[in-house]
Design a protein around this ligand. Structure first.
Ligand code: SF4
Ligand code: SF4
Length: 186
């Protein structure tokens, strides 16, 4: 794939993201405590420690192409363990937003899920699990994923077949619009 940023551009972008995340990249001393405690590390292609290091080097191209920024669960375990409270999930989230703006998506199904989720909120004012799951399964090509759990979920009313909408959907849409204008849903 073509390079999208040279090192100077990457450094400027990393500095901006770090500032927005209130992180001082130079404070990381690569102890690795964040990576050791991350529950998603087994699925990451770059460990949390490496994300911070690459950003410090200004290599945003590698960061934005990584799977890790799409798979971070924002659980904050890394922040709790970090001796400098470096907010890695904020770095991940802001890098993911930049990657999305530039057309990078290393884990297509995460974007697909996110897009369907936000559209159901826009349409109904709240999440509709049955619709979300159905469209996601079709879009991801995994038609029968989780289908065996459906009877039990219906029985325990974890999901309901009827639509459950909020009364003032326009209010929810106006909140979403503000989030979009602030870049939160990009
Ligand atoms: S725990 Fe904190 S200081 Fe240690 S490598 Fe991770 S981000 Fe850097
Ligand atoms: S917030 Fe993300 S990077 Fe940090 S421990 Fe959780 S999943 Fe891992």
């Amino acid at each position: 794939m073509e390079k999208i940023l040279n090192r100077d551009e990457g450094r400027l972008l990393a500095e901006r993201i770090a500032k927005e995340a209130d992180v001082k990249l130079h404070e990381c001393y690569q102890c690795g405590k964040c990576s050791a405690g991350c529950p998603m590390a087994g699925s990451f292609d770059l460990m949390p420690r490496q994300i911070v290091h690459l950003m410090h080097l200004g290599d945003m191209e590698t960061v934005m192409k990584s799977k890790s920024i799409w798979l971070c669960a924002s659980c904050h375990t890394c922040v709790e363990r970090c001796p400098h409270d470096i907010d890695i999930p904020a770095l991940m989230e802001k890098s993911r937003m930049e990657a999305q703006k530039r057309g990078y998506c290393a884990v297509r199904n995460v974007k697909l899920f996110n897009d369907i989720f936000t559209e159901t909120i826009r349409g109904f004012g709240k999440s509709q699990e049955v619709i979300l799951e159905g469209i996601y399964n079709v879009g991801s090509g995994r038609l029968l994923q989780d289908i065996n759990h459906v009877p039990e979920m219906l029985q325990k009313e974890i999901v309901r077949p009827e639509l459950n909408q909020v009364r003032n959907k326009d209010h929810v849409r106006s909140i979403m619009k503000k989030c979009e204008e602030g870049g939160a849903l990009n």
